[in-house]
Ligand binder design. Structure first.
Ligand code: SF4
Length: 277
């Protein structure tokens, strides 16, 4: 959380609270839970307490908004990196109300609300069919099962930008049916993809990423490849001794991926976007 986020597709992150409960395959190695436990907090699970913050914390976006307005440059705020703003707990409703008001009072900031619980949006968000122009609404699709469940619900809401985060990317995805606008329907505007990080990271098949990129290119949907994560395609410059694994793509072609760790995996992410293979 705080200013100058390390997440490259946003400028700031803001957390209305910390803590959550796991809901799907993408949560298996939740970094927010790992980080919370590392700093000694027991704030995970349905019965766990959540961690709340002071007024000073809540004033930070007001300052970012003023700076953005003076500079004449819109800034993106990712909300939330350590929670899910649509978690189905009534004891969070008052904090959520405070967040909605903050969003409305910071029109120079674009707020990115990413959730794995789009079924809660209609009840928890106050905007119905009239969303503020500074809210980008997103959901996670880590595999086709969760894409099928979540994306149609996301697209019911007329936010100015609707995005899908495919991270951690743990299964082949075909999102094309939600990229081509049908009469009277909203479509996905932006797709973000990335592999899983951490010591227990699940490998991402490079063919899944290329397929998703190609779907976006065909439909003229913005695509951002964030990182490979722990595993990336093997290359001649990779070090000996690194763990390798054979991957078979949907055409039956076998390729090798290598475990290099997050930093190098992120560095090599340009492989997909630049030369296409
Ligand atoms: S919804 Fe997000 S924050 Fe909550 S457990 Fe899953 S990955 Fe972690």
């Amino acid at each position: 959380m705080g200013k100058n986020s390390a997440i490259e597709w946003t400028h700031h992150t803001f957390n209305p609270w910390w803590g959550c409960v796991k809901v799907s395959a993408g949560c298996k190695h939740c970094y927010a839970e790992t980080w919370s436990r590392r700093v000694g907090l027991d704030i995970w699970g349905a019965r766990g307490e959540r961690r709340f913050f002071s007024d000073a914390h809540w004033r930070e976006p007001i300052r970012w908004n003023a700076e953005a307005a003076v500079a004449g440059i819109r800034r993106r705020v990712f909300c939330a990196s350590m929670a899910d703003v649509f978690e189905a707990r009534n004891d969070l409703d008052l904090v959520r109300e405070r967040l909605w008001t903050l969003i409305e009072n910071t029109p120079a900031l674009d707020w990115l609300l990413l959730t794995k619980r789009p079924e809660q949006i209609a009840e928890k968000a106050p905007w119905g069919n009239c969303w503020p122009p500074n809210v980008w609404l997103g959901t996670t699709a880590e595999n086709q099962l969760w894409a099928n469940r979540r994306i149609p619900i996301l697209l019911e809401h007329p936010a100015v930008v609707r995005f899908v985060s495919c991270e951690p990317f743990v299964g082949h995805l075909d999102l094309s049916r939600w990229m081509i606008p049908r009469k009277g329907e909203h479509r996905i505007n932006w797709v973000i993809a990335g592999g899983e990080s951490g010591s227990k990271a699940r490998p991402m098949n490079p063919e899944w990423v290329r397929s998703l990129r190609d779907q976006c290119q065909r439909a003229k949907v913005a695509f951002h490849f964030k990182q490979w994560g722990q595993w990336c395609p093997d290359r001649s410059d990779t070090s000996d001794g690194a763990k390798r694994m054979q991957i078979v793509d949907s055409f039956g072609k076998t390729s090798t991926i290598v475990r290099l760790g997050t930093a190098i995996g992120a560095f090599m992410c340009c492989c997909v976007g630049r030369d296409g293979r």
